[in-house]
Design a binder for this molecule. Structure first.
Ligand code: NZQ
Ligand code: ZN
Length: 393
C-alpha cells in the first residue's frame, strides 16, 4: 500500500428537501452575496430555482443569477461569471447541476480569487491554492464534482480549436454538497446512463493499478461497482425510484472523492483520452468513456490478467477459470460491453457516432499525452502516443 493523504472536508446534506438549506449553509460558511450558477431550463421549470431563492432570502443572503452552462462547460462563460461576481461584490458561488455547472462554478471561483489568466491555470502554466467559496446542489449522479478536487473546462477562448483541460487541487472541494435524490428524477435516460457509467469508470480507473494487496480498497471498490451495475438499470426502468437515485447519488460522490483509490496509484488514461474526444466532438463524458474502455482493456490486459480476472469474478459474476486468468478477464470485458449496451451506451467510437480521421486520431492521442504533462498517459500501462492511436483505432 502506498502512502496517502485523504481529507474530504465537504459537508454533505443528503436527502429530501435539503435544497431548502442552501441559504443556511452559505451563511454558516461566511457568505453574504451569492452567484447562483446553472445550465438549462430544468432548474427553473422544476421549481428548484424558486425554492433555492427562497432559502437564500430567508437566511438573509442576497444573490445574482447566471445560467447558460452547457455540457463540457466553456471558459468564455466562466469569464463572464468572474466579471459579474466582481461587479456585484459576490463572495460565494452556489452551483446547481451536474459536473458541468459545478466545474464552471469552480473555475469562476478560481477567477475571483486570483489575478492570472484562467487559460494559464488550465494549461498548467500557473498553479494556485486560492479559490473563492463554493457550494453545490447536485441534480445529477455522475462526476462527483460536488466533492472532488477537480475542475474540467473547455478552453474556447484561444482561437478555433477547443482544448479540454483540468486543474486539480484540494482547495476546489466544495464547502458543502446538497444531495437530494428526488432532484435527479427529471434526468432523461441518456443523462442517467452516461453519468452512471462515469461513476463506474471513476472507480475502475483506480481499481486497475499495479499496486498489490490493497484489499480493503478493493472490497470497497467492488461493492460500489456492483451497486452501480444494478442501480443504473433500476433507475432507467423506474426513474422515480428513490432507492436507485439515492444509491447512485451517493456512489457518484464516493467514487470520485478518492476513497476507492486509497493506498494505490490510479490510472486515468481513459479519462485523458475521453477529454480529447469530448473537446473535439462535444459528446457526453460518460458515453465517451464507455466507447473506449474495452479497447483500452484488451490492449493492457496482458500487464496483469489476474487483476482483470478478479474484476470479472467479483464485479460481473463471471465463473473463474483458475487455470486461465486471461480467459476469465476477457469474459469480464465482454460482460462490461453487454452491460453498456443494456443501458444504451456505446462500446466503440462508431456507436458513439464519432468517426475521426487518421489526423484527428493522431491529434487526440497527442493531446491526451500533452494534457498529462509528460510523454505518456496512464499508469497501469504507460501509454505513449502510438499506443493511444492503436486504442482509438
Ligand atoms: O444543460 P442543462 O440544462 O444544465 O442540463 C443538463 C445537461 O444537459 C442535464 N441535467 C442535469 N441535471 C438534470 C438535467 N436534466 C434534467 N434533470 C436534471 N436533474 O444533464 C446534462 C448533462 O449535465 P452535465 O453537468 O454536463 O453532466 P455531467 O454531470 O456528466 O458532467 C460532465 C462534465 O463534468 C466533467 C466532464 O468532463 C464534463 O465536462 N467531469 C468533471 C469531473 C470533476 N469535476 O471531478 C470528473 C469527471 O471525470 C469529468 O471529467
Ligand atoms: Zn469522469
Amino acid at each position: 500500500m502506498v502512502n496517502f493523504e485523504y481529507l474530504v472536508p465537504t459537508k454533505i446534506l443528503f436527502g429530501k428537501g435539503t435544497e431548502n438549506e442552501a441559504g443556511r449553509l452559505i451563511k454558516e460558511f461566511g457568505g453574504h452575496k451569492a452567484l447562483i450558477h446553472w445550465g438549462g431550463d430544468y432548474v427553473r421549470t422544476t421549481g428548484l430555482l424558486d425554492r433555492v431563492h427562497k432559502g437564500l432570502k430567508d437566511a438573509g443572503i442576497t444573490y445574482v443569477d447566471l445560467d447558460g452552462v452547457v455540457p463540457n462547460p466553456r471558459l468564455s462563460l466562466v469569464k463572464k461569471g468572474v466579471e459579474l461576481c466582481k461587479q456585484e461584490d459576490v463572495d460565494f458561488i452556489l452551483a446547481i447541476g451536474g459536473g458541468s455547472a459545478i466545474d464552471s462554478s469552480k473555475a469562476i471561483a478560481y477567477g475571483l480569487a486570483n489575478d492570472f489568466d484562467l487559460e494559464d491555470l488550465f494549461l498548467g502554466k500557473v498553479s494556485t491554492d486560492k479559490i473563492a467559496k463554493i457550494g453545490a446542489i447536485s441534480t445529477l449522479a455522475g462526476t462527483g464534482s460536488e466533492t472532488s478536487n477537480s475542475a474540467v473546462i473547455d478552453i474556447d477562448t484561444m482561437g478555433p480549436k477547443t482544448l479540454k483541460r483540468s486543474y486539480n487541487h484540494e482547495c476546489a472541494r466544495p464547502l458543502f454538497a446538497i444531495m437530494n435524490p428526488e432532484l435527479t428524477y427529471s434526468l432523461p435516460a441518456y443523462q442517467t446512463a452516461a453519468p452512471g457509467a462515469d461513476i463506474m469508470m471513476h472507480t475502475m480507473e483506480r481499481y486497475f493499478t499495479t499496486e498489490r494487496d490493497v484489499e480493503l480498497t478493493d472490497e470497497i471498490a467492488e461493492g460500489l461497482l456492483r451497486t452501480v451495475k444494478t442501480m443504473v438499470p433500476e433507475a432507467l426502468a423506474h426513474p422515480t425510484s428513490y432507492t436507485a437515485r439515492a444509491n447512485l447519488l451517493l456512489a457518484g460522490a464516493k467514487s470520485h472523492d478518492g476513497l476507492t483509490g486509497l493506498g494505490r496509484v490510479g490510472d486515468f488514461a481513459c479519462h485523458a483520452i475521453e477529454h480529447e474526444i469530448g473537446a473535439m466532438f462535444d459528446v457526453a463524458h460518460g458515453a465517451g468513456l464507455t466507447a473506449i474502455w474495452s479497447s483500452w482493456a484488451k490492449y493492457v490486459i496482458h500487464v496483469d490478467p489476474e487483476r482483470f480476472a478478479q474484476f470479472a469474478v467479483n464485479v460481473w459474476g463471471v465463473q473463474n477459470d483458475f487455470h486461465d486468468p486471461m480467459a476469465t478477464g476477457l469474459r469480464g470485458i465482454e460482460a462490461w460491453d453487454q452491460w453498456c449496451h443494456s443501458i444504451g451506451m456505446p462500446t466503440n467510437l462508431h456507436e458513439l457516432g464519432v468517426n475521426p480521421t487518421d489526423e484527428q486520431i493522431q491529434e487526440m492521442a497527442e493531446g491526451a499525452v500533452e494534457a498529462r504533462g509528460g510523454d505518456h498517459a496512464g499508469n497501469f500501462m504507460k501509454l505513449h502516443v502510438e499506443d493511444i492511436v492503436n486504442i482509438l483505432k
